[in-house]
Ligand binder design. Structure first.
Ligand SMILES: C[S@@+](CC[C@H](N)C(=O)[O-])C[C@H]1O[C@@H](n2cnc3c(N)ncnc32)[C@H](O)[C@@H]1O
Length: 185
């Protein structure tokens, strides 16, 4: 994954504020910190955060990274914004995934890095500007953008709630956040 991110991350991140959502043991926050960024990693799992703090100390980065136990949607109570935001391996765990994406897009000044497990297949239906209510058959076509809801467990994990299709069938990294909340443009 790291080599795929490289073209999107400047070598010098001095002055950048970085948010890593679902930071786990801190891995994706350490390289931005080495490049000069001030990093906030949030996660719901206290044990992971203990590991992240330990790793930051081992790497001599404790003054550049902060780890907080926090659910992503709690960001709604805070107007803080960030130059770069990472949401990797988290989207499909969230109870309100689009709310989280809207919140993060609103708080991203420069780059939003989004990665998720997806449904199998990479066909894309469209583009479609509109769909009449009388004929919704396109929604059943292969490639129509979908989110699969997982009612109980996937891979034995009850926090796996969703799997989206892959929009555009390609890499989800982009220079600027493409997702915007309602109203649609
Ligand atoms: C599959 S791991 C991904 C870790 C890391 N981002 C990566 O890409 O390697 C998912 C992480 O998201 C955290 N997480 C799950 N739901 C969350 C939520 N609602 N808010 C914040 N973190 C969450 C989990 O505790 C876990 O550490």
């Amino acid at each position: 994954m790291l080599w795929r991110l490289r073209p999107f991350v400047p070598d010098d991140l001095n002055g950048w504020r970085v948010l890593d959502v679902g930071c786990n043991a801190g891995f994706y926050g350490f390289e931005p910190a080495r490049r000069g960024a001030s990093v906030l990693g949030i996660d719901v799992d206290a044990h992971c955060l203990d590991q992240a703090r330990w790793a930051a100390g081992q790497l001599g980065l404790h003054s550049k990274v902060e780890f907080r136990q926090m659910e992503v949607c709690v960001l709604a109570r805070d107007s803080a914004s960030f130059d770069m935001v990472g949401l990797r391996g988290v989207f499909y765990h969230l109870r309100y995934p689009m709310l989280a994406l809207d919140l993060l897009a609103e708080r991203t000044r420069r780059r939003l890095m989004f990665q998720t497990l997806t449904m199998p297949g990479d066909s894309v239906y469209g583009p479609v500007d509109n769909c009449p209510i009388e004929d919704r058959t396109p929604l059943l076509e292969s490639g129509w953008a979908r989110m699969a809801f997982i009612e109980h467990r996937l891979a034995e994990d009850p926090t796996n709630r969703w799997r989206p299709t892959t929009p555009g069938g390609g890499d989800a990294s982009s220079e600027r956040p493409a997702h915007r909340g309602a109203p649609r443009p």
